[in-house]
Design a protein. Structure first.
Length: 180
């Protein structure tokens, strides 16, 4: 009896939640992003001499973001209506945890990424974003080196998410200005 009741209430709650979000004027971030970016986007990643292995990661992550979250198309530069340029601007590692012997056991990685955006819909703008990640560190130096790269990539992923939020907020402001 309880199983049947629970099985029916979950879809009902989902339907109620959809009506509430639709009724309050909720719009996904991709709606606002379309106010900033055009449908065709070119991604340019400036390769850092300090971290060249992460350039491909950033480019792939931006391509994925454009296709899945913006609903846009990644095209060659000659066909693009919008251009995103991303460059790695360095990482700082700060120890935040120590063991009883004074060795570092946890650190914070602050990864800085600069974004420059050129679009035909709006003015061009630049934004420097810092992605922060906290990680544990192990005693093995080879493992620590791999963890360092993973921390940088996780920080870059967070910076990309923050970039998406920033662009969505710019699109929301642009939409608000249109309605005035």
């Amino acid at each position: 009896m309880k199983k049947k009741l629970l099985g029916r209430s979950i879809p009902l709650l989902a339907i109620i939640a959809l009506f509430m979000m639709g009724g309050c004027g909720y719009k996904p971030s991709s709606h606002y992003i379309k106010n900033v970016f055009d449908d065709t986007v070119y991604v340019d990643v400036i390769v850092s001499s300090a971290e060249p292995e992460n350039a491909a990661f950033v480019k792939d992550a931006l391509h994925n973001m454009i296709i899945t979250r913006f609903g846009g198309k990644v095209v060659p530069k000659a066909q693009a209506e919008s251009i995103i340029t991303a460059s790695y601007d360095g990482t700082t590692f700060t120890p935040i945890g120590y063991d009883s012997n004074g060795y570092i056991t946890r650190y914070r990685a602050n990864v800085r990424v600069k974004f420059a955006i050129q679009t035909s819909k709006s003015r061009s703008f630049q934004r420097s974003i810092t992605g922060t990640v906290e990680e544990n560190i192990s005693a093995s130096s080879t493992l620590s080196s791999n963890l360092r790269i993973e921390a940088i990539r996780a920080g870059m992923a967070r910076a990309l998410d923050q970039f998406l939020a920033y662009v969505a907020s710019q699109g929301a402001l642009k939409e608000k200005d249109k309605t005035k």
